[in-house]
Design a protein around this ligand. Structure first.
Ligand SMILES: [Fe+2]
Length: 358
């Protein structure tokens, strides 16, 4: 399977990367991550070019990694600096180094052409997470547990441009029957997709009712932003019927954002990093632990569905699929990702890059 390479993917939570080696497969490639003594994250191909032992089985010597088999040692730029038993290191001995960046409490990796790695291309579409002065005090952050999903990452991305599944998959949390027949709106600007639904004057879904405690009906919104191929932000919440639908109006109601970062491990498995932001009960620990439990339960419902679909996709029993009106977001997503990957491939083979022409 082809992956988009010239983009930043989340490799790890910042707290996972320290003064010991972390081995993680990303886009099918074995990667090892660690931090220099000064705190800079480093990502190297997790293979010693001598006998191919994973370097993550070696030991850090200062900022360098010493292979656990014969002691060949590489610095944080991937250059070999020591070959025990001989005076000079064999000419050109190096291990691949990946560009990395630390951003939003996560370590990001650029698996594509290192010359194109650019911090300005890091995901920066969520002012509720932080503004130029640091963490946004109007919003409380909860990090979800590291989640491993045995499905292709695009099944996850597809799930995140799909407000329609909520009614059926998340009956206990996000769904409510009133949403089922409200049309879904889909739009696209550049590569970015927006799939949304506004459900007026209906009972709140179970999660929102826990915190809103409304006496009657509410207006309920779902805005699914997708930054293909692998990042999604869901803006959802509820307020009194007839509420102001603008950004300021939603801020004045019970509002949550979930942010989702899908990093392919292989073509059939995904490292799934996510967090939640809320604008209510900011310092309330009981609400925080209840909310993370509720959202985790919700995402585990998605995980079970997507893993079952991944298994079914390799079976020969059904060879054609029915298309529904609710698939508009998924169709656009798949098409956009295919286009991004084929553009990257075409430009790579012609010696130019997508970045160079945009
Ligand atoms: Fe879901």
């Amino acid at each position: 399977m082809a992956f988009l390479r010239n983009t930043w993917y989340v490799a790890a939570r910042s707290g996972e990367v320290g003064r010991q080696c972390l081995a993680r497969k990303i886009l099918g490639e074995p990667v090892m991550l660690y931090r220099t003594a000064a705190g800079q994250p480093v990502a190297l191909l997790d293979r010693c070019p001598h006998r191919l032992l994973p370097l993550s089985m070696g030991t850090l010597q200062g900022d360098a990694i010493e292979c656990g088999y014969h002691g060949l040692t590489f610095d944080s730029t991937g250059q070999c600096i020591r070959a025990p038993g001989q005076e000079r290191v064999p000419l050109g001995t190096a291990v691949r180094v990946y560009p990395v960046a630390e951003h939003m409490g996560m370590v990001w990796i650029w698996p594509g052409d290192p010359a194109l790695a650019d911090r300005s291309k890091l995901f920066d579409q969520l002012p509720q997470w932080a503004n130029a002065r640091g963490p946004n005090p109007q919003w409380a952050l909860l990090e979800g547990p590291l989640t491993y999903v045995k499905s292709n990452y695009l099944l996850l991305s597809e799930n995140l441009v799909d407000p329609a599944h909520v009614v059926y998959v998340h009956k206990r949390s996000l769904g409510s029957p009133a949403m089922a027949n409200i049309p879904i709106e889909t739009s696209q600007q550049g590569d970015t997709l927006l799939v949304s639904r506004w459900t007026p004057n209906a009972p709140a879904s179970p999660i929102l009712q826990r915190y809103g405690k409304w006496a009657g009906n509410v207006d309920r919104w779902q805005y699914y932003w997708m930054y293909p191929p692998h990042i999604a932000v869901v803006d959802f919440g509820a307020g009194l019927p007839g509420m102001d639908r603008s950004n300021a109006g939603r801020d004045a109601a019970i509002r949550l954002f979930t942010a989702h970062f899908m990093t392919p491990e292989t073509a059939t498995t995904t490292h799934y990093f996510w967090f939640v932001l809320r604008n209510f009960a900011l310092g309330d620990r009981a609400v925080a632990s209840d909310l993370i439990e509720q959202v985790t339960m919700t995402f585990m419902e998605d995980k079970a569905i997507l893993e079952a679909i991944e298994d079914a996709e390799v079976e020969p029993f059904v060879t054609s699929r029915v298309k529904l009106a609710v698939d508009a977001g998924s169709v656009r997503l798949r098409h956009t990702v295919e286009q991004m990957i084929s553009e990257e491939e075409a430009l790579r083979t012609s010696g130019r890059t997508r970045a160079a022409v945009t």
